[in-house]
Ligand binder design. Structure first.
Ligand SMILES: NC(=O)c1ccc[n+]([C@@H]2O[C@H](COP(=O)([O-])OP(=O)(O)OC[C@H]3O[C@@H](n4cnc5c(N)ncnc54)[C@H](O)[C@@H]3O)[C@@H](O)[C@H]2O)c1
Length: 355
């Protein structure tokens, strides 16, 4: 239905079923000796047999991880390497990541490192994975309580999005993904933000045509950025809008908050700073609060502001211990700065926590 080509490197296909999956593999010359599906214990219940049935005449290996962030560690990677070796999976094999961002990051990291790199493709099944993590080649795992601290850039050979998989995604995970969708509007595309505001009910009701358009537009925004700046040396930074605050709030909540909820708070904090600098109005912030609350990802919280500030000092995206903040010069125009004072950052945290 929709197709985006990333820098002539790989295609993203956005469809409403799995019908064309094999056809696109052939079209994009993705050949393989063996097929290995990596998925999790939720997603496998719904989609593993369907994907296997597409390759009915071939031997398909599958490796199922326990769902959730706790699987994103080097022990799991060790176990997958062992599984691949025990089954004589060679370097001409293909790994299929079938699942959300956790599966995608793990499978991508295995593909990047097993036998110095074998092909992999992404079938993202969560909203976050469809609009964000499956695109751009970041792979990796957590280590010593630090998120995504071990990893590599490694592109998939193809991304196949079947939007109908969102029907089985738990509601809170759909809402979680909406934080990234809304972020895309704020950082780069006011028209897209207006589309989300206007179509919010249809989005919530998982209206097929609206989801197709929404996911296509979000993928296009992310794809455009990673095409210009694959290794995050410049403009790709703006994708971190709300994330420096967000990661820190998520840590302070002991990971009891969903990533999208903490990013939503971060978006409000970043917008508050943009308001203080005179770039946007209070009405803009209210509009953001309204749309984030509509998707149940923005709520009042009671955390220690100093702790949140301290966590921000250790964000891995900072240079020379200066906190990097993504701000808005206008709606749809983001930029990065490390010139914001401690006092203003703390005020922004307070404002965002107060709801
Ligand atoms: N590589 C990147 O560029 C990038 C970007 C953003 C986030 N991430 C990573 O992504 C991860 C979060 O991804 P996520 O939010 O998709 O979490 P997730 O992979 O844990 O998926 C969320 C939950 O939904 C379930 N699920 C997924 N799809 C489903 C479906 N269609 N039907 C039923 N259940 C389904 C999963 O089993 C899981 O329980 C984090 O580890 C984060 O670090 C990576």
């Amino acid at each position: 239905m929709y197709n985006i080509n990333i820098d002539k490197k790989y295609n993203i296909y956005i469809e409403e079923d799995f019908y064309n999956f094999k056809k696109f593999l052939k079209k994009d010359n993705i050949n393989y000796n063996n097929l290995v599906i990596i998925t999790d214990d939720n997603v496998c219940k719904y989609y593993l047999d369907t994907i296997k049935s597409i390759f009915i005449e071939e031997k398909v290996y599958s490796y199922i991880i326990k769902s959730g962030e706790q699987s994103k560690n080097l022990n799991e990677i060790y176990n997958i390497y062992q599984f691949l070796l025990n089954n004589n999976i060679d370097r001409k094999s293909l790994i299929i990541a079938l699942g959300g961002g956790v599966v995608g990051d793990i499978a991508g990291f295995v593909a990047a490192t097993y036998m110095r790199g074998i092909k992999f493709i992404q079938i993202p099944t969560s909203l976050l994975a469809q609009v964000d993590s499956s695109i751009g080649g970041k792979t990796g795992v957590d280590f010593l309580n630090k998120k995504n601290i071990i990893g590599s850039f490694y592109n998939p050979s193809l991304v196949y999005i079947n939007i109908t998989t969102l029907k089985t995604l738990p509601k809170e995970h759909f809402e979680n993904g909406m934080a990234e969708v809304i972020k895309h509007g704020y950082i780069l595309d006011k028209e897209y933000l207006d589309f989300i505001l206007y179509k919010k009910e249809k989005i919530k009701n998982l209206d097929k045509d609206t989801l197709l358009q929404m996911i296509y537009k979000s993928c296009k925004i992310k794809a455009n950025i990673v095409c210009i700046d694959e290794k995050e040396k410049g403009i790709r930074e703006i994708l971190n809008f709300g994330h420096t605050f967000g990661h820190s709030i998520e840590t302070e909540s002991n990971f009891n908050m969903l990533h999208g909820e903490s990013v939503a708070m971060g978006i409000i904090a970043s917008m508050y700073i943009s308001y203080i600098y005179g770039y946007i109005t209070k009405e803009h912030i209210q509009q953001a609060k309204d749309i984030l609350s509509y998707f149940n990802i923005y709520n009042k919280q009671n955390f220690n502001i100093d702790n949140i500030y301290k966590n921000m000092l250790y964000d891995k995206k900072n240079d020379n211990k200066k906190i990097k903040i993504i701000m808005l010069r206008n709606i749809g125009k983001a930029f990065s700065t490390d010139e914001i004072s401690e006092e203003t950052i703390k005020d922004a945290i307070k404002y965002s926590l107060e709801g």
